[in-house]
Unconditional design. Structure first.
Length: 102
């Protein structure tokens, strides 16, 4: 009998992908998620942005693209958690080093 890892189970939790717009709190980031909607009368595509507060144990910084998933209520406004950091931001890290040197 070989010990093979179990395949990931399909999660029923809602997932969103967005950009971290604020990382000034401890273990909390604000993630902006953009979506496109279609206007019923004018047939124009509009961009809408939702901001979610998410619990962050991964250490995401401002500008990072992250995947967030629904979680139990963690505080008054926090209902999401950072599942993974998809793409690190180069801009945020250069600002941090510049501020540390000044």
């Amino acid at each position: 009998m070989s010990q093979e890892p179990e395949p990931k189970k399909a999660s029923r939790r809602n997932e969103q992908v967005g950009v971290v717009v604020s990382a000034k709190m401890q273990k909390t980031v604000v993630v902006a998620v953009e979506r496109l909607i279609h206007h019923a009368m004018y047939r124009k595509t509009l961009k809408r942005t939702s901001r979610f507060m998410a619990h962050d144990e991964k250490g995401a910084q401002r500008g990072d693209r992250v995947r967030i998933v629904e979680a139990r209520s963690l505080s008054k406004l926090k209902r999401w958690r950072v599942e993974e950091i998809l793409e690190k931001s180069a801009v945020a890290h250069t600002e941090d080093t510049a501020a540390a040197g000044a």
